[in-house]
Write a protein that binds this ligand. Structure first.
Ligand code: DCP
Ligand code: CA
Ligand code: CA
Length: 367
């Protein structure tokens, strides 16, 4: 399933001020140069009837909406992010695996929950929409398909407040009449190039000789376009942490080459990052060190684990090992030290492991 909120920022503005629902509403990113310079972030469906679109210059939207009692509001990202968190919490509950993509949409793998039955998935979609409506008074559109590619395109078909289900036997006939630009990776340039080859729809692309596609776009992209046109996609719904990486850095009291002094300095940084990781229920795979030298040059080294972990002791050991190795590679003194942890996945280990882990952590702080 791909779940996408309808006219998201504008819908949120209507939520806190329902009188806006009856008027064309445009949410704007003002650049501040002149009064009306900037771009339209999004608009409610009333404003869209006048041709207002995301990305359009504000002055053009104003012209289109002249004498129509329209409202123009500046973006309020803090409010949108706060609401986004509440929305995603509801979606996440209903998914076996969950992957947020962008501020207002997420993939939900519901294969296990529905035993792979599309009718059950449709019922689940109604349930999710109902909960979103009752709890937060918001609407969304949902696409359901055998994979992410089909679900994403399906979600766009009936908007706002729609559900579109595409079962495996319908995939080809569903995709075939659509424009190639519906496929991820087909931008303006690619579409023009495809048009020159006589490819306009996804169906044209499916019929096009795959070897010729490869000759034009290279092996990776050519193969991808061919498979995508047939609705073939086996990308998993990927649980991921919100942050790409966490890092902390600190200046030493004196420049040094002494490993113990360095380690003493990075220990609280490790503890601090580790607290964040535990709070966010993340597992890391990559641990890195940062060293800023006396000549202000910056160096990094990192190590990637075979499997994800949240073990603090392991983090300490690797940080120590990396600094030890690094010092052997340089004659300079270190001025600032830091660590960076990345490559996150969401924690899936049981409560028991978690508790024993926290105990281990408190052992450490008494050393
Ligand atoms: N957004 C933006 N600038 C853009 C596109 C989008 O600021 N050029 C913001 C505002 C949107 C939000 O991202 O509300 C989500 O984008 P969508 O593409 O999902 O569009 P909407 O949710 O606004 O409308 P729709 O009902 O078509 O999904
Ligand atoms: Ca949306
Ligand atoms: Ca979206």
């Amino acid at each position: 399933m791909l779940v996408d909120l309808d006219y998201f920022f504008a819908q949120l503005e209507e939520l806190r001020n329902p009188s806006l629902k009856k008027r064309p509403l445009v949410v704007c990113v003002y650049s501040g140069r002149t009064e009306d310079s900037g771009a339209v972030s999004t608009a409610n469906y009333l404003a869209r009837e006048f041709g207002v679109k995301s990305g359009m210059p504000i002055f053009r939207a104003k012209k289109k909406l002249e004498n129509n009692d329209a409202v123009f509001l500046p973006v309020d990202y803090d409010f949108y992010e706060e609401m986004c968190e509440k929305v995603m919490k509801i979606f996440r509950k209903h998914a076996g695996r969950f992957e947020q993509v962008g501020i207002d949409e997420a993939y939900l793998d519901v294969t296990d929950k529905t035993s792979g039955r599309f009718e059950d998935a449709r019922a689940l979609a109604s349930e999710i929409k109902k909960e979103l409506k009752v709890v937060l008074r918001l609407t969304c559109s949902i696409g359901i398909g055998p994979n992410k590619l089909v679900a994403k395109i399906a979600a766009d078909i009936q908007k706002p407040d729609g559900v579109t289900v595409v079962e495996p036997p319908q995939v080809e006939s569903f995709l075939s009449p659509l424009s190639t630009e519906k496929l991820i990776g087909v931008g303006v340039k690619t579409r023009e190039k495809m048009q020159a080859l006589g490819i306009h729809t996804i169906g044209d692309l499916a019929k096009f000789d795959v070897q010729k596609l490869i000759a034009t776009y290279g092996k990776t992209l050519g193969t991808y376009f061919h498979n995508a046109s047939l609705g073939i996609d086996d990308e998993p719904v990927e649980e991921r942490g919100e942050a790409e990486s966490f890092s902390r850095i600190s200046t030493l009291k004196q420049n040094t080459r002494d490993l113990n002094t360095i380690f003493e300095r990075v220990t609280p940084l490790c503890n601090n990052i580790h607290d964040t990781i535990m709070k966010e229920k993340l597992l890391f795979r990559t641990i890195g060190i940062i060293a800023v030298m006396d000549d202000l040059s910056t160096h990094t080294r990192s190590k990637t684990l075979e499997s994800p972990s949240n073990n603090l002791e392991l983090m300490f050991n690797i940080v120590r090992e990396l600094f030890g190795k690094f010092l052997k590679e340089t004659d300079r003194e270190v001025r600032r030290v830091g660590i960076r942890v990345s490559n996150f996945t969401k924690e899936e280990i049981g409560q028991k492991q978690l508790t024993s882990f926290i105990e281990r952590k408190s052992d450490f702080s008494t050393v």
